[in-house]
Write a protein that binds this ligand. Structure first.
Ligand code: FAD
Length: 371
């Protein structure tokens, strides 16, 4: 297909900043660039008809790590690196809520709970014994205790009598959040072209030539915000990690409210619109889940369904309405990669399972690399 003179002139000429990916990072980066350079011509290229990675697929936990996740992270991160990550998540959530507003993102401060299987004595005991230590560690950030014990008032089965409660955890409506973000980008004059796959790029002194599945053009700067898909364009330490989810049909008198973590966060569930959304199970088959293909597998979906029956909704009849998956970007460190790759190319990737919390600030940090 030949593009028209008008299409080339209005969309693909004098492009100052091209961002690949319209997820939470790409959109926040575009908004921050527009704020900094109001006259700049900013173009986002997105391979999906909607953002098609993790930002419209996630579970909407506004969280910064359950107690067992924090303890686990202390095994691979220094105390100070971990505290920096938690500060980044807390500030990121504030940034998200302040910039879009709680109503627009459907934010609810219902708290978060970590559940422990009846069989998991070791993990439960470790969390109980280190709870105060972690509360003290986090006190400079939250000013009060983050984690406390609560009895199993939601009547989950096969789990310990007490949960660990996090009063600072909340939940958002992921669809509303992304809708608001896309609207804000468009209102700010940021152009978004969907169904465009960036296939390759090459760089001259002052420009980057971009090849897509539809056309080629030049941009002054290229910013890559493709997270779990980053390896398709650049060589950085990030791998795709698929996460599978299911959602029930509406359940009458659903009593469960909040965000819930089980098995060190490898399973997570929440209430939304009188339904239960449940995800996880990647640890059952890490190798197969290291993919950018958005499918579901019987192994994981059956396990999720079994968990609903035996643990989460043991006394409630329920039906599954829908299943899906999304792609995260992970690495051996939880720290995201925000850096300049060459004269005119930059990236903000590897958000892990915390992109709702850190996506806004990572987008802003990516934009800050440009002067
Ligand atoms: C099932 C699931 C549950 C999750 N739950 C939570 C949660 O509860 N709380 C939390 O904080 N985080 C959660 N996350 C993680 C969070 O969603 C991500 O960290 C965050 O959305 C990453 O945002 P991003 O903008 O970096 O990447 P993405 O949202 O993946 O955006 C990257 C975009 O780039 C596009 N793209 C890729 N390659 C190309 C290309 N070559 N050309 C053009 N476009 C391209 C993709 O289509 C995609 O839209 C979850 C993730 C998943 C998958």
């Amino acid at each position: 297909m030949n593009l028209s003179y008008w299409e080339i002139k209005s969309w693909l000429t004098n492009v100052d900043y091209t961002i690949v990916g319209s997820g939470i990072v790409g959109l926040n980066c575009a908004l921050a660039l527009k704020n900094k350079f109001p006259k700049a011509n900013i173009l986002i290229l997105e391979k999906g008809f909607l953002p098609q990675g993790a930002s419209t697929k996630n579970a909407g936990f506004a969280c910064f790590g359950s107690l067992s996740e924090i303890l686990d992270d202390l095994k691979t991160h220094t105390k100070s690196d971990l505290l920096q990550l938690i500060i980044q998540r807390k500030e990121g959530l504030k940034q998200l809520r302040d910039s879009l507003g709680d109503t627009k993102i459907g934010y609810k401060a219902l708290g978060g709970y970590e559940l422990f299987s009846v069989k998991d004595n070791t993990l439960f005991e470790e969390c109980l014994s280190k709870k105060e230590q972690i509360n003290q560690l986090l006190k400079p950030i939250f000013k009060t205790n983050v984690f406390s014990l609560k009895p199993n008032s939601f009547k989950f089965k096969n789990i310990k009598e007490n949960y660990i409660f996090n009063q600072f955890e909340g939940q958002i409506d992921t669809g509303k959040m992304m809708e608001a973000l896309l609207k804000k980008a468009q209102e700010n004059g940021i152009k978004i072209l969907n169904n465009i796959i960036v296939e390759a790029f090459s760089e001259d002194l002052n420009t980057v030539k971009i090849k897509t599945n539809q056309f080629e053009f030049k941009t002054s700067k290229l910013l890559i915000a493709t997270n779990g898909f980053a390896l398709q364009l650049i060589n950085e330490n990030v791998k795709p990690a698929r996460a599978q989810v299911l959602i029930s049909k509406p359940i009458k008198n659903l009593h469960i409210k909040g965000t819930f973590h089980l098995n060190k966060g490898y399973y997570y569930f929440r209430n939304i619109d009188n339904r239960i959304l449940l995800g996880g199970g990647r640890h059952l088959d890490f190798k197969t889940e290291e993919t950018t293909k958005m499918f579901q597998t019987d192994l994981i979906q059956n396990k999720l369904e079994a968990l609903l029956k035996t643990t989460i909704l043991p006394n409630f009849p329920f039906e599954i309405e829908h299943r899906w998956s999304g792609i995260m970007g992970v690495g051996n460190q939880k720290k995201p990669i925000v850096k300049q790759l060459s004269n005119n190319v930059f990236c903000g990737i590897r958000l892990g399972g915390m992109g709702v919390a850190i996506g806004s600030t990572i987008g802003i940090q990516l934009a800050k690399l440009l002067d």
